[in-house]
Design a protein around this ligand. Structure first.
Ligand code: ADP
Length: 496
């Protein structure tokens, strides 16, 4: 048997059945920590998309008619079932994404359960309003599902982001065709398998395949009534273009190049230095759209702060994602790894930036066996070179000096992105002034944590459109408001 044939094929879910792609082709999934193939998944394409959308459309009438609390109950059952298998799921996520089990992958499995629980609990809140339009008018609104939703997700937090599409879309009575990312489909397929135990067939369909094939076919499918996309700004624009052809609503959660603005009054205190590392998402290899990757340090603390950052960041343990001692795992794939190295190489070659820590990944030793990048910081960078402007999606931080508040806000906003921002100061007035002035969908003051359920999360500018993580986000993204107006003033029926 050839090696390729020995690698197990994990089928995708269409119409309640676990299937291969119509063309029989498959894609290999790699463990980026070892650069070895771990499974194959179907290479879904247009024909598979057609089948999945047809199945979702056929399931829609029955699903949307169910009382919302019934749907909510199923989501709660799914949450409990995910929790039971959280350890297995965490290991699978770590193996396919390279994200460290202890710091990232296991918490992501727990988050997926929380997401289903959160939206399951919200099912009773899908309600409309009664409008006081007049004594003889009964006017009320309903929140109705949009129909078949097409959702496309990336690989960086595949299970969390998959849950973030499935739970609100189904809770509100839509049916769903979800395309997993080609680099990390296995955890999503496991979530699909769990969901399938509780949901009627065809309500959830999960496709695997490449973006240009399965993703593009889904985004242009005429029966898809809503597109929900998380990924790069570049592909987000393609999705929006497709949506504009049919005027279907879109939610886009896209890239970022988020600023961290540090005022001098916080000095080099550990909580700030550690907060900057967390905001930068070093333990996710900085493969996060909210990574605070532009560090604006006040000149009074610039050098001392960086010294402390180097000290604290040097203790991050990089290595095998499945090792409990590992803080930071591997970059997702060869392409991303080469891209990150390209930015570092460029930085090393520039005279207007100084390498403070990190650099190119080791060329020998255990870390050279996977796509391991190391936390890297360049200081005295200008805000207008490539490394300060483009989303690297790797652990490369640029530190930029400032001394004037208006100027630092101008630099922070000098980007086409507007996803997250972080402000660090003990002076609340000053911190909030900056928080209000910065162009971002989400500003954190004095912390750099990840998204919280219940908070409407999303970007402005080219970081996205729409919000999905909250009750309002779910209602706005996955329902249409219908008004029903009844004339109560009609004359009595004529006597017969
Ligand atoms: P990333 O850089 O995080 O991989 P992408 O935006 O390239 O982000 O990918 C996110 C998701 O979008 C993946 O599921 C990918 O397969 C899909 N995708 C990529 N290209 C297209 C496309 N042209 N049409 C639809 N989906 C796409």
């Amino acid at each position: 048997m050839s090696e390729a044939a020995a690698i197990e094929l994990r089928p995708m879910l269409i119409g309640g059945d676990w299937v291969e792609s119509a063309n029989g082709e498959s894609i290999e999934v790699e463990n980026p920590g070892r650069r070895s193939a771990i499974a194959r998944v179907p290479r879904g394409a247009a024909e598979d998309v057609d089948r999945a959308v047809a199945a979702a459309a056929a399931a829609l009438p029955g699903w949307r008619r169910l009382a919302a609390r019934e749907r909510g109950r199923m989501l709660l059952d799914i949450a409990a079932a995910i929790e039971e298998r959280a350890d297995e799921l965490g290991r699978l996520i770590a193996t396919e994404t390279g994200n460290a089990l202890r710091t990232q992958a296991r918490p992501e499995a727990g988050l997926a359960a929380d997401i289903f629980r959160y939206f399951g609990g919200l099912a009773g809140e899908i309600k409309g309003e009664c409008l006081p339009l007049g004594e003889n008018l009964l006017s009320y609104s309903r929140r109705e599902p949009l129909g078949v939703v097409g959702a496309i997700i990336p690989w960086n937090a595949p299970v969390g982001l998959g849950a973030m599409k499935i739970a609100p879309a189904l809770c509100t009575g839509n049916t769903l065709v979800l395309k997993a990312a080609e680099d990390a489909p296995l955890g999503v397929l496991m979530i699909a398998e769990i969901c399938q135990r509780f949901l009627p067939p065809s309500v959830l369909n999960v496709l695997t395949g490449y973006g240009e094939e399965a993703g593009a076919a889904l985004s242009r499918h005429p029966a898809v009534r809503k597109l929900s996309f998380t990924g790069s700004t570049e592909v987000g624009k393609l999705i929006m273009r497709e949506a504009s052809e049919r005027l279907v609503p879109v939610s886009l959660e896209l890239g970022g190049k988020s600023p961290s603005i540090v005022y001098p009054d916080v000095g080099c205190e550990d909580w700030v230095v550690d907060g900057i590392g967390m905001a930068m998402r070093f333990t996710r290899q900085s493969q996060s759209c909210t990574a605070g990757s532009r560090l604006f340090l006040h000149e009074d603390i610039f050098d001392a702060f960086l010294d402390r950052l180097v000290e604290r960041t040097s203790s991050i343990r990089i290595g095998d994602p499945l090792d409990e001692a590992t803080d930071m795992g591997a970059i997702i794939n060869r392409t991303q790894f080469d891209k990150v190295c390209g930015y570092v190489e460029e930085g090393l070659g520039r005279s207007d930036a100084r390498l403070v820590m990190g650099g190119l990944p080791p060329a020998s030793g255990p870390l050279s066996e996977g796509y391991y990048a190391v936390p890297t910081v360049f200081a005295d960078a200008s805000n207008d070179w490539r490394m300060s402007r483009e989303e690297i999606f790797g652990p490369v931080l640029v530190a930029i000096r400032w001394n004037d508040e208006a100027e630092v806000i101008r630099m922070a906003n000098d980007t086409h992105y507007g996803l997250a921002a972080f402000v660090w100061s003990r002076d609340v007035t000053r911190a909030l002034r900056a928080a209000h002035a910065v162009e971002a969908g989400w500003v954190q003051v004095n912390q750099g944590i990840g998204q919280i359920l219940g908070q409407s999360y999303g970007g402005v500018k080219q970081s996205g459109i729409g919000r999905e993580c909250s009750l309002e986000g779910m209602l706005d993204s996955f329902t249409a408001r219908k008004s029903v107006t009844v004339n109560l003033g009609i004359p009595d029926a004529p006597a017969s």
